[in-house]
Write a new protein. Structure first.
Length: 708
């Protein structure tokens, strides 16, 4: 029996007291940067929960079973930024397979770094090389229903390995493969093959291969991008999503008007379609998947579920918000979740009877809560409505036990576990390691103030205001106005894991700086029209104007010094900062971290050359894109100094963007400083570089008289 009224006792372990005494000693960079960050989680029925914690640039694996203490399986201490990716549990003896390292090499080690396949005993001991067991890399692993085999992909190959060793290649395709899914009886595997890398056009197909005979069949191949295959409970059918083909698109095409998506059900034996439902061509009929696989990611999982009651469940923006819908093959979809609240993600229990999803609550878009759909019952919230926390990223360990991520205002994001079944105990437990300085975080502000403001064109701008408890009680203090990255992202009033904002902002919050985080248009969480505005990015500056409008509101607050307004943003947020300084006089200075200054250069870098559009259309788009870029607006720049920060091995935002902006501002005699991090990624990996980053920002504030 499921009891939901007080399930889990979700309240944070450290309560928030609005009247708690403010300490005078600021938080140090070490206290903020040495907070363990969970970067990966592996769950499997009947197995312990495994996860990876990163502290600075060191990654380690931890393990926790149903009973007993947490076990640390690795003891890496080097600040080398080499990540760990969990793959699967092995048997004979019991081990955990993982990949360690990649080609980034942020520590600039003398030898090139690559991913290594390793296995570590669950009972303890050193990790050993496992490449010989699998013959190379292991991608997209999927465990068979009987738990004895692992299907995985390696480029164009689909392979199956026994848990204890031994690998067999099932097929080699003409192009890359992804997302293998076992049939319920373990005799066949559905998979996705991407034809776009074979120079045959932009499309993908779903195939099924018999594990013993290796006979392969494609399921109703057509025009579009097929992905996210799921099996029926009896193994007779496979359902999948087909994204309608949209020719000659570009990065800022309005996805809300793209070709409709379809949900197809095919006979697994013949490949012929049994039923097809296609979204009516209207605003919102383009598929909007969850972060695990949105748009044309052929490796997408978790966007389509086949429930035990025969219903197919998937996200759909029919109402202008991403809601969950249920479809009985051959019928019409029925909405399951509130029509005006955006679902952020969902998972299905192994027995297919329950779906767990996370979304904001009605009337409170600043929080994420967990909700359960049990059979055909209406969704019910699992948590107690604690406004100081968000819960998301849930996974089923088995049919009743789950793990999820949780963050609070003063509690950094952590991994927690609990049971949906009160017969196993309903109390939630924290799995991940607490921050060494957790008790000191009580000096940070209590619950943040969430604001909805008006943009110049009448649109809504959402913001989060943190008032520093270390600022002068009866005076005015500087404020950092922060633009999140993405832009497909959203700032929540909690301590989530990402170097570019929470540690930096909390460092200055404890030093007397107020902070405002702005959720500008083109971000997520507020529906289709907010996410797909007519003007943003390379299509105009409405998002930048949203940021400026929020800053003007902040400047008028009685506890803010309007002469010490600071703009700060990372990645897409860096574009917002540079363009805002060029378009307004509200800021005294800006910090542009790994930002985009020239949208034409950025889009051509993405596509490997000129945009793949007809020449008249491309020229018009490039004219608009350049006019929307900060580099095109520098003649309007005032006297505001700018600090540029960038890792020179950034594979997301090109280092050339920072070089160009630095040179263009220097030629105009503007005050511009730059700090470069050799070998570093888009988000800095090394603890020593993160400390240097915060130190550079603090020195910049002192240099320009921006201290409280």
């Amino acid at each position: 029996m499921i009891r939901l009224a007080l399930a889990f006792m979700f309240l944070a372990a450290v309560p928030v007291h609005a009247g708690a005494r403010a300490e005078s000693t600021p938080l140090t960079a070490a206290e903020l940067l040495e907070v363990p960050d969970v970067t990966d989680v592996l769950v499997e029925s009947g197995k312990p929960v495994a996860w990876v914690e990163r502290t600075g640039g060191a990654y380690n694996i931890l393990l926790r079973g149903d009973a007993g203490p947490t076990v640390r399986l690795t003891s890496n201490s080097a600040d080398d930024g080499q990540p760990i990716r969990l793959i699967a549990f092995l048997t004979g003896p019991d081990r955990l397979l993982f990949a360690s390292g990649d080609a980034q090499n942020p520590a600039n080690l003398p030898d090139p770094t690559t991913a290594r396949l390793l296995a570590v005993p669950l009972a303890g001991g050193a990790a050993r090389d496992a490449a010989a067991l699998f013959g190379g890399s292991v991608g997209d692993p999927a465990v068979s229903p009987d738990g004895r085999r692992i299907a995985f992909v390696r480029g164009k190959d689909l392979l199956v390995a026994d848990r204890g060793g031994g690998v067999r290649r099932l097929l080699t395709a003409r192009s890359r493969l992804a997302a293998p899914v076992w049939s319920p009886d373990g005799s066949r595997i559905a998979y996705v093959v991407d034809r776009s890398d074979a120079d045959r056009g932009v499309y993908s197909m779903v195939g099924v291969v018999d594990v013993e005979s290796r006979e392969t069949r494609f399921l109703s191949p057509g025009i579009g991008a097929d992905h996210n295959p799921v099996w029926s409970a009896d193994g007779a059918r496979v359902a999948f999503i087909r994204l309608g083909y949209q020719p000659r698109t570009w990065r800022f095409s309005d996805l809300g008007d793209h070709a409709p998506f379809s949900v197809l059900v095919a006979d697994a034996a013949t490949g012929e379609v049994r039923s097809e439902w296609r979204a009516p061509h209207a605003r919102g009929s383009h598929f909007s998947g969850f972060a695990a696989g949105e748009d044309y990611d052929i490796g997408a999982r978790g966007n389509l579920f086949w429930s035990a009651n025969g219903r197919l469940v998937f996200p759909y923006e029919k109402t202008g918000f991403r809601a969950l819908y249920a479809l009985v093959p051959g019928g019409e979809p029925v909405i399951l979740t509130p029509p005006d609240i955006e679902v952020d993600g969902a998972v299905q229990s192994p027995d297919r009877r329950r779906i767990l999803y996370w979304s904001p609550a009605a009337g409170d878009g600043a929080r994420l809560d967990l909700y359960l759909i049990d059979g055909k019952a209406a969704p019910r919230r699992l948590s107690g409505g604690d406004r100081a926390a968000i819960r998301y990223g849930a996974r089923f360990v088995d049919d009743t036990r789950i793990v999820w991520r949780e963050a609070g205002v003063r509690i950094p994001e952590r991994l927690r576990t609990g049971s949906l079944d009160d017969s196993r105990g309903g109390k939630a437990e924290t799995l991940s390691t607490p921050a060494p300085a957790q008790a000191r975080f009580a000096m940070l502000p209590g619950e943040a103030e969430t604001l909805t403001l008006a943009a110049p064109d009448g649109g809504a701008v959402h913001a989060i205001l943190y008032r520093s408890r270390q600022a002068p009680a009866n005076g005015r203090a500087p404020i950092i106005v922060h633009a999140h990255g993405g832009s497909r992202d959203k700032a929540y009033p909690v301590w989530q894991s990402f170097f570019g904002s929470p540690p930096v902002l909390r460092y200055f919050l404890s030093r007397g700086y107020h902070v405002m985080q702005v959720n500008y248009r083109s971000g997520t969480g507020y529906g289709l029209e907010f996410r797909e505005p007519a003007s943003y990015g390379a299509k105009g500056n409405a998002d930048v104007d949203d940021f400026i409008a929020a800053a003007r509101h902040a400047a008028a607050l009685p506890f803010v010094d309007p002469a010490r307004m600071i703009a700060y943003g990372h990645s897409y947020g860096g574009h917002i900062v540079a363009a805002a300084l060029a378009r307004s006089d509200v800021f005294a200075a800006g910090v542009d971290s790994a930002g985009v200054g020239d949208w034409v250069y950025e889009m051509e870098s993405d596509s490997g050359g000129p945009l793949p559009l007809r020449i008249p259309e491309r020229l018009e788009i490039e004219r608009t894109a350049y006019a929307s870029s900060a580099v095109a607006q520098l003649d309007n720049w005032g006297d505001e100094p700018l600090l540029l920060l960038h890792g020179d091995a950034d594979r997301s935002a090109a280092m050339q963007q920072t070089i160009e902006l630095y040179q263009q501002l220097g030629r105009r005699g503007k005050a511009v400083d730059a700090v470069i991090f050799p070998g570093e990624a888009h988000a800095l990996r090394l603890l020593r570089n993160q400390r240097r980053y915060i130190g550079a920002v603090e020195a910049f504030f002192r240099k320009h008289g921006l201290t409280p």
